[in-house]
Design a protein around this ligand. Sequence first.
Ligand SMILES: NC(=O)c1ccc[n+]([C@@H]2O[C@H](COP(=O)([O-])OP(=O)(O)OC[C@H]3O[C@@H](n4cnc5c(N)ncnc54)[C@H](O)[C@@H]3O)[C@@H](O)[C@H]2O)c1
Length: 454
Amino acid sequence: MTATTFAASASHSSQFQSRIRNRTACVGIIGLGYVGLPLALLFSEQRFPVTGFDIDPRKIDLLSKGETYICRIPTTEIQLARDRGFQATSDYSQLADMDAIIICVPTPIDEHREPDLSYITKTLESVAPHLQPGQLVVLESTTYPGTTEEVMVPMLEARNQRGLKVDRGLENEDEVFYVAFSPEREDPGNNTVARRDIPKVVGGVSHDATELACSLYGSIFNRTVPVSGPATAEMTKLLENIYRCVNIAMVNELKLLCLRMGIDIWEVIEAATTKPFGFHPFYPGPGLGGHCIPVDPFYLSWKAKEWDFNTRFIELAGEINSSMPYHVVESIGSALNRREKTLRGASVLILGVSYKKDIDDLREAPALTIIELLRQEGAHVSYNDPYFPTIGRGRKYDLKMNSAPLDNLWQYDCVVIITDHSDYDYTRIVSESRLVVDTRNATRGLVSSNIVRC
Ligand SMILES: NC(=O)c1ccc[n+]([C@@H]2O[C@H](COP(=O)([O-])OP(=O)(O)OC[C@H]3O[C@@H](n4cnc5c(N)ncnc54)[C@H](O)[C@@H]3O)[C@@H](O)[C@H]2O)c1
């Protein structure tokens, strides 16, 4: 049975609830990236019929062949899901058969650090014509408070072909769809917390929407956290990411001071972490990366302007964090200088380009900015990363490079640790290199005059 075959007279939401309980509710996930694909697999694991939607034909093709394109998701998981009926398609008309539609498309910022909602609006344009009474539409993409109510609901109401309205608790059940926002909280590369143990915050436009979304997510997550509405759920996600962004900026600034004072910031953080209350450690690095922490806070600062409000912590944190790649390049320059070499003409090997250790994600990675800055200074730059045999065109840079083998390290004037992948043998790297600039404290415990920590 599909969403369209609901008995018109019966309560859509109570039928939906029972379909969730007996795992016959059809779940459609739009955007099969780092967030959407694992989510689709979680629903599939719980025996829901799942259909994934994406505009990228390569992804649809790979999934249809039972193959993967995300390192940490093995092919076996895709094949198991396919055996349980998981399919991927770019045919939006199949949305009409879904009970729940969950949107996980990108929300980047543009070159002026302003929100780019185009992926969401294009998705909504494709969803609206297929909208059915009683369907639940959930937005998971990180965005500013107000997006669900001010952008998503009006577009779905204006563009659906049946004159359906969002449920606000007063309408006739046959003429409504349900809408909620529920932020994704994944921490890529973190294997200590199982996905289902991460509580799921849910804010529906109406009480019924929250209940439906909580029931649906409650079947794959151990705990759901209902909040009073979508804006609260949207703001919750931003608070979490701004908290990280601001604390990382603070510790990056303190690192710069500690370097000047000859104090080891890493030792300080380790000591402070022994306090059993009131302190949570954050670590300095070569700059922020990933789709979330460098991007999401600016969604809020942009929205705040509408309220004549300056989000000063966000601006300051952004300023400090985005200066870190410049600090790394300066440190490489002065380390070479102390060896009577110049950055111009130096051969530099960058170790690790993904934005975080042990993951295959290059988005907003500070290594890319550092490579670009080093090239501008006239250095000959190579890189090695087990997760990226090549780097091509990205959002900002078109670097066109191949990963260099990790042998003959002596040929480089400087080896720079940008991403501290676990697979690297740091003892060997230090012993075989002329100069190692370490931005991550990956060489902790090693003593050598070749190491410069920055
Ligand atoms: N990656 C993370 O760790 C993470 C964590 C929390 C929240 N988020 C948020 O989740 C959202 C998605 O992030 P992601 O990392 O999965 O992005 P992603 O780029 O990995 O995946 C997005 C997918 O959406 C597809 N897509 C784009 N437009 C589409 C359309 N109109 N119709 C169908 N598919 C479309 C793309 O082809 C891509 O496969 C973002 O808002 C992000 O901020 C990401």
